[in-house]
Write a protein that binds this ligand. Sequence first.
Ligand SMILES: O=P(O)(O)O[C@H]1O[C@H](CO)[C@@H](O)[C@H]1O
Ligand SMILES: O=c1cc[nH]c(=O)[nH]1
Length: 232
Amino acid sequence: MSIHINAKKGDVAETILLPGDPLRAKWIAETYFENPVCFNEVRGMLGFTGTYNGKKISAMGTGMGVPSISIYAHELITEFGVKNLIRVGSAGSYQANVKLRDIVLAMAASSTSGVNELRFGGADFAPTANFELFQKAVDVAKSKNISIKAGNVMTSDEFYADEFESYKKWSQFGVLCVEMETAGLYTVAAKHKVNALSILTISDSLVTGEKTSSKERETTFDEMIKIALELA
Ligand SMILES: O=P(O)(O)O[C@H]1O[C@H](CO)[C@@H](O)[C@H]1O
Ligand SMILES: O=c1cc[nH]c(=O)[nH]1
């Protein structure tokens, strides 16, 4: 048992799917896992382990933002031996050609979070996806005829930015979309020499103003989950 996860060693699989929303973790486990068992309820951050096609796999919420996912990733790796951390999250599009419900693989994560500036004394660290997980996700998507986009994403510390237009600078430099955890996840994984990948589904567009509902965000991003499940 760790400070934030009320589980025993062995309760968590080596591969875990990590949505921000704990109810999405419950939905993933109940929809796709065989024999799901809940291993964590501390702070309502639900975590489940079951099997998928006979392979042990887990899903757990991370909460929102770099500090929250960094706590859970740290404990999952150091206390429970997790080796493959796959974020399955929603994101807002920064580009006209990145449309609602498109899937984006985060090759790297730019960030407005101050965590790495602090950690590296003002120098830049480039948080990147694990190459093997990334390559496998591309292959799985191809085999399932699911189209994907891949590139740099923005991990923001703000959901409600004071200057809405500030996203355009990142957009000009090719950043595909915005979410709030990937840079933290990739950094913690790099520190502990384990593997991480973020698979994101576009839930809204800063370019067009279109949005999906919170119910849809909780339950309908199944193509992204179908890719993630094959990475165990
Ligand atoms: O859908 P999730 O995984 O929570 O991800 C996105 O949604 C939340 C904001 O609504 C942030 O956590 C952001 O990263
Ligand atoms: O962090 C997020 C997630 C979805 N959409 C946004 O605009 N921001």
